[in-house]
Design a protein around this ligand. Sequence first.
Ligand code: NDP
Length: 272
Amino acid sequence: MPDQYAVIGNPIGHSMSPRIHTAFAHQTGQNMNYEALLAPVNAFAAGVDAFHRRGGRGLNVTLPFKGEAFRIATRCSKRAVEAQAVNTLRFDGDAIYGENTDGIGLVNDLMLNLGRTITGQSVLLLGAGGAARGAIGPLLDQKPRQLVLANRSLEKARSLAQSFRGAIDACNYAALAGRCFDLVINATSASLSDELPPLPSGVFATGALAYDMMYGKSDTPFLAFARSEGAAVLADGLGMLVEQAAESFFIWRGLRPDTAPVVKLLRQTADD
Ligand code: NDP
């Protein structure tokens, strides 16, 4: 019988994870099934438990349950502790190991797929929610020259910066006037509501890369702004999605799938 994996969330119908992991399994010859599980918002732990009891080997966790997944894991990685959120659970007997692969997925997309160096660069991260929190540790591991976190709510940005003990600077959007960055990463949810974070003109340095964690068929307002401001490279978060899945796959199966054909496959279908 194939090993059982799933992604659990609410809503879940839109998730691309079953297609990604099915492609990885096919590519690497792994005998496994991967499904999508809808959990009621107040019954995440029960959903995880039921899946574990029926022999499930591991789960991806998506909105709104990443914080709860961190709390039910019996052992967590350093990255999950930094992020206070878990997107990957692995069942080791009765123990539950929790990891957060979102940030490393972003860094791998930037470095391996987009060919960007983070070391020595000035990086601006927009937003102070779960996605930004998960990205900070893996970005800092690459030793950027500076990492600035900008958020509408300055208090939220400051509190997040404090948990990284002074390694990042927190500010609001107005304080970005007159400053420019090599990498500008949109980790806000503004694109979901077709909005642009209130960025001043001039934040993109010569040769800058603009990265939106959101993905879709056309430019988000952030990417459209970056284009109009002359950013040299634009990228959406589809590569990050596939790279975070590849890290989860490695945690479960000990194998690294080739991500490039899977990104290509998803892009082709999105364009249909
Ligand atoms: P959260 O709800 O935790 O955080 C939302 C953040 O966005 C807050 O900092 C909020 O600011 C900010 N924000 C919302 N609207 C605006 C706006 N109009 N202008 C400026 N800032 C705004 O969301 P997540 O961190 O979980 O997700 C953020 C994004 O990352 C989503 O688009 C999600 O789809 C994407 N994502 C992509 C992944 C991938 O694999 N590609 C993985 C994970 C997330 P404030 O605090 O001031 O309210």
